[in-house]
Design a protein around this ligand. Structure first.
Ligand SMILES: [Zn+2]
Length: 276
């Protein structure tokens, strides 16, 4: 397919990329998902995983995924909302996780930067998500902020039997990346890796082999350079992050797309017949 230039989205990415972590249920993206996806396809980002952050949002994500080709959902309760993740909410989450559009559990994890939920509660809910992921045989999308050691401690204690773990929006050091790679985990990068002050994250990305590396927007947040001031972020803009990562890895755009997409398809076990 030929891709037409498309204003500020005209990146003409030569092959198909997957946005492995977006929030298409969030305003303002949710207001016009078909247009968001059309711009994304034009730019070369042709698969999406929309990630739930609460029970209500996870329901929306599953519903949305059921209506779009190459569009999948992950269901989870964000550590910010751990206070709401009682037994009933977790049971309801498990029920919707049974949908065939659901390819992962999350985002879940620990956020000790904002501490919107108490830390013991965050830990309990993270562990409960890991149990659910094991029971359902689904990979886990982990959010970890200011809590790297505590996140690893829970994964080391409860993670046996998980089919896959990805640390999303990774901004840590190459040394921390090494600890994740040593455990067999994947690492995913957002537009943050393009920011001028993100040298550490770029060094980490350089150290992650392509069969463990994925790319994402985490939109509507964090537009990449050089369109950082463009709000909201959206999947079409992910090509800027992909371009930087490709340069960092010494790969052509084609090679980068092929390899990162292969990693995402393997990790989330996306059906190749439908995808891309
Ligand atoms: Zn997110």
């Amino acid at each position: 397919m030929t891709r037409m230039p498309f204003g500020k989205f005209s990146s003409g990415w030569p092959m198909n990329l997957i946005d492995t972590h977006c929030h298409l249920t969030f305003e303002p993206l949710a207001d016009d998902v078909p247009a968001v996806l059309a711009r994304s396809r034009q730019a070369g980002v042709t698969g999406w995983i929309t990630v739930g952050t609460s029970l209500a949002d996870s329901r929306k994500a599953v519903d949305l995924a059921g209506r779009g080709e190459n569009l999948y959902a992950s269901v989870g309760i964000h550590p910010h909302d751990a206070k709401d993740a009682d037994d009933a909410a977790m049971a309801a989450l498990k029920e919707i996780a049974g949908s065939d559009r659901v390819v992962a559990i999350g985002e879940t994890g620990l956020d000790f930067h904002y501490n919107f939920s108490k830390q013991p509660e965050q830990k309990r809910v993270f562990a409960a998500h890991l149990e659910m992921a094991k029971e359902l045989g689904l990979p886990v999308i982990v959010h970890s902020r200011n809590a790297f050691e505590e996140t690893l401690e829970i994964l080391d204690r409860c993670g046996d039997g998980l089919v896959g773990v990805v640390f999303h929006c990774f901004g840590g050091s190459a040394e921390q990346a090494g600890l994740l790679l040593g455990r067999g985990y994947c690492i995913s990068f957002t537009g943050v890796v393009t920011f001028k002050n993100a040298q550490m994250a770029r060094e980490a990305a350089a150290a992650v082999p392509m069969d463990r590396l994925m790319v994402e927007t985490d939109c509507p947040y964090m537009s990449p350079e050089p369109v950082r001031s463009h709000k909201p972020n959206e999947p079409a803009l992910m090509v800027h992050t992909a371009r930087l990562l490709a340069e960092l890895k010494g790969l052509s755009p084609e090679q980068f797309a092929e390899q990162s997409t292969a990693t995402a398809m393997r990790f989330f076990r996306l059906p190749s017949a439908e995808t891309l």
